[in-house]
Design a protein around this ligand. Structure first.
Ligand SMILES: [Zn+2]
Length: 303
């Protein structure tokens, strides 16, 4: 199991969900061990590493910050990168937010598939969770505990007839992500739009890049892509947020009504609690059963 980058550069453009700005994005290959790095080309090439140390915990989208440079709404692209098991990438953009595209991760999956990928000469490192950790706030919580693979159980509860209570249990594989989660779109309530826009948020939201819900129904003409698209999107968001740990996770995450802010706080807490995890690499036996070997002496997580 080796690290991967993309084979060739690919680009796309679109409107930022919150800023409403037109943004051009280019994904470029990066060398082994370099990780995922955003580069603001409009700020003289300022680099913003996609890791826990650069997360600014915030409610409506995930924001990374380095010096005065920020990049927001990184979660859908990060989720796609993580799901396709790409380790090293330069992400150039000419503004402060990722393009929303259709509000899901699917266009990013398509872009990455178009780029293709290359194996690199470095063993892929994983974060193996050794001890359970929980973080909670106002009835919302996230727990992470040891497991032999990566899985997520997510529960949401909205006092609205279209969403109500939904639960989704996801076991990670590339195909599962593409089939079950990638197309699930972000969502919002029409009644909140004016208040958010008065604060300079959700300026780019439309029926083309989000599910919009009025008092009793989904307003998008085609309806939902999955009956439980809302909770699936929350799992997608969570995977993007936790990918900022800097390596794939061997652990089980259980999220109850959580969001980007709690996820940001959780990954920073995990990074600080170095007894709760260790870095391992995977090598495959002749029967292709993954065997995880500790190699703490050679590897570290970028924080
Ligand atoms: Zn989202």
């Amino acid at each position: 199991m080796k690290e991967k980058t993309i084979k060739e550069s690919v680009s796309c453009s679109g409107i930022g969900l919150h800023t409403g700005r037109q943004i051009h994005l280019t994904l470029r290959p990066a060398g082994k061990g370099k990780g995922i790095v955003f580069v603001r080309t409009d700020l003289g090439g300022t680099a913003i590493p996609a890791d826990a140390a650069h997360v600014v915990p915030s409610s409506l989208s995930t924001i990374l910050k380095s010096g005065d440079a920020t990049v927001q709404t990184v979660e859908h692209l990060m989720s796609a990168i993580s799901a396709l098991e790409i380790d090293n990438l330069v992400i150039e953009l000419d503004g402060p937010e990722l393009p929303a595209l259709d509000g899901s991760a699917f266009p990013f999956i398509a872009l990455l598939q178009k780029a293709g990928w290359l194996e690199q000469k470095k063993e892929r490192a994983f974060i193996e969770i050794l001890k359970p950790m929980t973080i909670s706030e106002n009835g919302k919580s996230v727990t992470i505990q040891p497991a032999s693979s990566f899985e997520v159980k997510c529960q949401i509860s909205f006092d609205h007839p279209v969403i109500s209570d939904q639960v989704y249990h996801y076991w990670h594989s590339r195909q599962a992500f593409i089939g079950e989660l990638a197309s699930a779109r972000t969502f919002g309530f029409l009644k909140d739009a004016a208040a958010l826009q008065s604060k300079g948020l959700a300026l780019g939201v439309s029926l083309d890049n989000a599910i919009v819900i009025d008092d009793d129904k989904v307003m998008n003409e085609g309806g939902l892509r999955y009956p439980d698209e809302f909770v699936r999107h929350k799992v997608l968001d969570l995977i993007g947020d936790f990918s900022l740990l800097g390596a794939p996770i061997l652990g089980r995450i259980e999220a109850v009504c959580s969001g980007h802010k709690l996820h940001g706080e959780m990954i920073q807490a995990i990074m600080k609690n170095k007894k709760a995890w260790r870095i391992v690499t995977a090598s495959c036996s002749e029967k292709s059963v993954p065997v995880f070997q500790s190699s703490l002496q050679n590897l570290s997580v970028t924080v």
